[in-house]
Design a protein around this ligand. Structure first.
Ligand SMILES: Cc1cc2nc3c(=O)[nH]c(=O)nc-3n(C[C@H](O)[C@H](O)[C@H](O)COP(=O)(O)OP(=O)(O)OC[C@H]3O[C@@H](n4cnc5c(N)ncnc54)[C@H](O)[C@@H]3O)c2cc1C
Length: 184
């Protein structure tokens, strides 16, 4: 989203009225993450798509086995120097993304947190942007298992959100879809 346009739509800090829905807040968060951390060229490419709402984003960090303990996340992003791509994979049951709001039914893209691996070394958890669903018919892209986690316990308030699950089976993405602004 163009920042001037975002401002005029009330998407900037202190301008968002209380009545705005949580999905609008979520979109703002994803835009913020992307504009803040994406590589320069890639974030400009994506910016053009924010406004027509072709892209609906979610934030996919939490896994079935890992919440507050972000350093234990298990999803892997293994760099393949032959093709200049990352291979995103969910190696275990506990590595499946679990909880992200907007993932279950709505989102077409996600900021995904995964362990960066290259040359046999683990460089810790980093963010990557992935397309999850087709922009034509909204079906999951190859290698993605996406779904809604269903009813939640509690007051029922959480049930208004399509919290989702996500599994990757060796999904390949170009290297510049890593959020690499601060990576040397
Ligand atoms: C409605 C809802 C929406 C969500 N949306 C998203 C989303 O969009 N994207 C996403 O990635 N995730 C999302 N989450 C997941 C959320 O971020 C996690 O629930 C959160 O990170 C906590 O992890 P956990 O539930 O596994 O709890 P745990 O990490 O298992 O924590 C359980 C308890 O232990 C405490 N605890 C944990 N570690 C420590 C420690 N080191 N020291 C002391 N106490 C500790 C916690 O405070 C808590 O009381 C959502 C969750 C909910 C409920």
């Amino acid at each position: 989203m163009d920042l001037t346009l975002a401002k005029s739509q009330g998407y900037l800090k202190h301008q968002l009225p209380q009545s705005k829905s949580s999905s609008q807040r979520k979109l703002l968060a994803v835009i913020g993450v992307y504009i803040g951390f994406g590589s320069y060229l890639k974030r400009n490419t994506f910016r053009g798509s924010w406004m027509p709402r072709e892209i609906i984003g979610c934030y996919a960090q939490t896994e079935l086995g890992h919440g507050s303990n972000v350093q234990r996340l298990e999803t892997t992003a293994t760099f393949d120097p032959q093709t200049d791509e990352f291979v995103i994979h969910s190696p275990t049951l506990t590595s499946r993304k679990w909880w992200p709001g907007g993932l279950g039914k709505v989102s077409t893209h996600a900021v995904v947190y995964a362990r960066l691996r290259t040359d046999g070394q683990d460089y810790g958890v980093h963010g990557f942007i992935l397309q999850l669903r087709s922009l034509d018919d909204h079906s999951p892209l190859p290698g993605m298992t996406v779904g809604d986690i269903g009813m939640k316990f509690g007051s029922g308030a959480y049930n208004s959100m399509d919290n989702g699950l996500l599994r990757f089976d060796h999904v390949r993405i170009p290297r510049n879809q890593m959020l690499m602004q601060f990576v040397l």
